[in-house]
Design a binder for this molecule. Structure first.
Ligand SMILES: NC(=O)c1ccc[n+]([C@@H]2O[C@H](COP(=O)([O-])OP(=O)(O)OC[C@H]3O[C@@H](n4cnc5c(N)ncnc54)[C@H](O)[C@@H]3O)[C@@H](O)[C@H]2O)c1
Ligand SMILES: [Zn+2]
Length: 365
């Protein structure tokens, strides 16, 4: 069954479509949007080999001409050099201002292609065709596009909403198990920050999800997109409430940075970060110990890591927290759960509350 989630942002409104077999219907959806007939299809070799042909055929059957631009696979290629190559590819393919850039891939491809779409000719239509669980429930929705800079991740970017998101659930079948679990961390996040009954559903259904049960996955993806859509509708450019989506990310981002993005998948680092935030919230009497326990239990059920590795240097870790965008004014700010289904943005947290027991003050990385 095909589900549609509306994201209402005035003239920038769009639909997130989830369901089976959507790759072969992409051409129809693009036709409905009335887009120009040339498409720059951005992907990597791994994903293009699996799904490029079927997507291209669908587009061609609907009267589009396609040019494929293949980027190397990996976070290290989400940069301005690759963006520059894509601008050249867009010129080469003759894209004008009404012709779309289509991102076929995970969050790396989506962020990079989205950045190019947002800047080429001051913005051309963007079509997101996410192929990882993380991209389907998170990065393709909400309009954050970016490339990395040597000084930091996602430093060069903008808010730029896609014209449509089509998340074909069948493509998840080829996803490595580790990527599936990493995406699941963000799914669990939505339950914790916004929806206690979804959290309870996840507790019941995690085994089905990890076993790729189609019905369960379809529900989890749609529900996650619906929650993200509601949050983004409230606060498109993160002036306030959208920051709740960063639950688990203060510690998560710090862990990723300190391990040079090599040790953890993003979702794994976020799982550890959500655990740390839940413990901090309990420590500050925001959260009951039973809710803290349920959070950790569910992450463990999803076979995600929950402990900060013992080898990390506590000072460096805390320094990273201060560099977090939320802590801009030199005060530690965390998104903390107050109960399952609700979080608060808590400013001015004292360092001594950060009782990350497992991190020694003296260990070196
Ligand atoms: N814009 C946002 O709001 C937002 C939110 C979260 C994360 N992100 C960004 O997303 C990126 C991470 O995205 P990701 O986790 O999807 O990683 P990714 O894009 O690197 O994809 C992970 C791996 O899976 C492979 N892959 C993708 N789809 C596949 C499929 N269907 N079958 C088999 N293999 C497949 C990819 O080739 C890659 O090797 C980061 O750069 C992060 O900054 C952005
Ligand atoms: Zn995230």
């Amino acid at each position: 069954m095909i589900n549609k989630v509306d994201i209402k942002l005035g003239r920038r409104s769009y639909e997130i479509i989830t369901g089976p077999g959507l790759l072969s219907r992409a051409g129809e959806y693009l036709n409905e949007l009335g887009l120009g007939k040339k498409v720059l299809l951005v992907s990597n070799a791994q994903v293009y080999k699996l799904y490029g042909e079927i997507l291209k055929n669908s587009l061609q059957n609907s009267g589009f001409t396609t040019a494929a631009a293949i980027v190397l696979d990996g976070e290290e290629y989400k940069n301005l050099w690759e963006a520059e190559k894509l601008y050249n590819a867009a010129f080469g393919a003759g894209l004008d201002r009404n012709c779309p850039v289509l991102a076929l891939g995970g969050g790396v491809i989506g962020d990079l292609a989205g950045f190019v779409a947002s800047t080429y000719m001051r913005g051309v239509p963007l079509v997101q065709v996410p192929t990882t669980l993380l991209a389907q429930v998170d990065s393709s929705v909400g309009g954050k596009v970016a490339v990395n800079h040597p000084r930091g991740k996602n430093i060069i970017g903008s808010f730029y909403q896609p014209g449509i998101v089509t998340a074909d659930l069948n493509v998840l079948e080829s996803l490595p198990e580790r990527e599936l679990k990493a995406g699941m961390a963000e799914v669990i996040k939505y339950g914790i920050i916004y929806d206690a009954s979804f959290f309870a559903w996840l507790e019941e259904n995690m085994d089905y999800l990890l076993n790729m049960d189609y019905e369960a996955l379809a529900y989890a993806v749609e529900k996650s997109c619906r929650i993200k859509a509601r949050v983004v509708e409230e606060d498109e450019t993160e002036k306030g409430m959208r920051a709740i989506l960063n639950f688990g990310h203060t510690v998560g981002h710090a862990l990723e940075a300190l391990t040079e993005y090599k040790t953890y998948r993003h979702g794994e680092a976020v799982a550890i970060g959500m655990t740390a935030a839940a413990r901090l919230a309990e420590n500050m009497n925001f959260l009951s110990s039973s809710d803290r326990e349920r959070i950790i239990e569910l992450l463990l059920k999803a076979k995600l890591p929950v402990e900060i590795p013992t080898g990390l240097n506590r000072e460096q870790l805390i320094n990273c927290f201060y560099q977090d965008k939320k802590s801009a004014s030199g005060k530690l700010t965390f998104v903390l759960p107050v109960k399952i289904g609700q979080v608060e943005i808590v400013k001015d947290i004292k360092e001594e509350n950060l009782l990350f027991n497992q991190v020694s003050a003296h260990n070196e990385v």
